[in-house]
Design a protein around this ligand. Structure first.
Ligand code: SF4
Length: 358
């Protein structure tokens, strides 16, 4: 079933649909209110309308998100949620909500940025409650017991994804790079009742059959797009042993906690997530995280696959490369546009990099 067919079916089942822009948001609250979050990262569209509303130096996540709305492909949705991920998403929220006056309700979610102090936790808890208050006006009251149940499902998903990432890191999954990301990205729109059994089946079908002797790299950036980067690595016999993607480990690998209070639980989860450029994490924290991924997997290099004009990522990369170089870890950075494929020059650079670390 395609993503669109799935969302139509969810609507027919009586669930609400919210278009959610990148990147981190308390999905458990949405699930508890019978809302399916349909995340909007890289819809496969040709940009024909959005350029008239945006400056040319904006990332294609924002351009494609606006294009999706302008092409009226969001008509099925009941509203939009804009987490305060970066200036570009913040500005997109303003353009859509204040200037374009979309007929859909727009919600906003502000999370604290590092360095975190004690006030950050209060701030986060308060924003969780504010978000619930605003959603309740459209979707009805939140049942606290249902929220606890959805938090439990969120933890189950994190545990399954962690197992999947760990098996891949150890070379004990017999799947391609493309298949791995295709699977985990189903979580961008599947309701947990459907995603959990799908993850469980995927794990049981593919674990314990790893391909030996593959070269290993860590990928960093926002998301694995253009998808041709994964195909190319597959063709070259290179395993992505771990990732530092905003769409991936930075928000998916959340350590479990057993706090009974749902707001404490969600707050603890947020602050336990890996470091991220969009949260203002320091270069030291980010470099340390990358060192850990390289050490744990025996990867020979890090490829930064970064969306063109993504300011939070590009600000960090020169310093991260410097830190990795000091440890003798090879790096390659690619400046890519979503859904635009890899140029011949990029392919040659990846091939040369793989040969060098080989
Ligand atoms: S690609 Fe970068 S700039 Fe664009 S929305 Fe994502 S984090 Fe923000």
């Amino acid at each position: 079933m395609t993503r669109k067919e799935y969302l139509v079916k969810q609507k027919e089942m009586g669930r609400h649909l919210l278009g959610v822009f990148p990147a981190q948001y308390p999905k458990e609250i949405l699930w508890a209110m019978n809302i399916v979050p349909a995340e909007i990262w890289d819809p496969p569209l040709e940009i024909t309308l959005a350029n008239a509303h945006l400056q040319p130096t904006i990332c294609s996540v924002v351009k494609l998100g606006m294009e999706l709305i302008l092409q009226r492909k969001c008509d099925i949705l009941d509203g939009f949620l804009f987490p305060h991920t970066c200036d570009s998403i913040q500005n997109l929220a303003s353009v859509i909500n204040d200037y374009m006056k979309t007929e859909k309700p727009c919600y906003f979610f502000y999370h604290p940025k590092a360095p975190y102090g004690a006030a950050g936790r209060d701030f986060y808890r308060n924003h969780l409650k504010e978000l619930i208050g605003s959603l309740e006006k459209q979707f009805g009251p939140l049942d606290p017991d249902t929220l606890k149940q959805r938090i439990h499902q969120g933890q189950k998903i994190s545990a399954l994804l962690t197992e999947l990432y760990d098996l891949r890191a150890q070379g004990e999954l017999n799947i391609t790079n493309e298949e791995f990301y295709s699977m985990i990205r189903h979580g961008e729109y599947l309701f947990p009742d459907d995603f959990i059994p799908e993850l469980e089946a995927f794990l049981s079908q593919n674990k314990g059959q790893g391909i030996k002797g593959q070269a290993r790299v860590v990928l960093s950036g926002v998301l694995p797009n253009p998808p041709e980067i994964l195909t190319l690595l597959d063709d070259l016999g290179v395993r992505v042993a771990h990732d530092d993607f905003l769409i991936g480990s930075r928000r998916l690998l959340v350590p479990a906690n057993d706090l009974d209070d749902p707001f404490e639980n969600l707050t603890e989860s947020y602050f336990a997530m890996p470091p991220c450029s969009t949260k203002g994490s320091s270069i030291g924290e980010r470099a340390e995280y990358l060192f850990r991924l390289v050490d744990a997997t025996g990867a020979k290099g890090v490829i930064f696959n970064v969306v063109k004009f993504c300011e939070p990522e590009w600000f960090d990369i020169p310093n991260l490369k410097e830190e990795l170089k000091k440890k003798g870890i090879s790096t390659l950075s690619l400046d890519t546009e979503l859904n635009q494929g890899l140029s011949g020059q990029m392919v040659t650079r990846v091939e040369a990099f793989v040969e060098m670390i080989g």
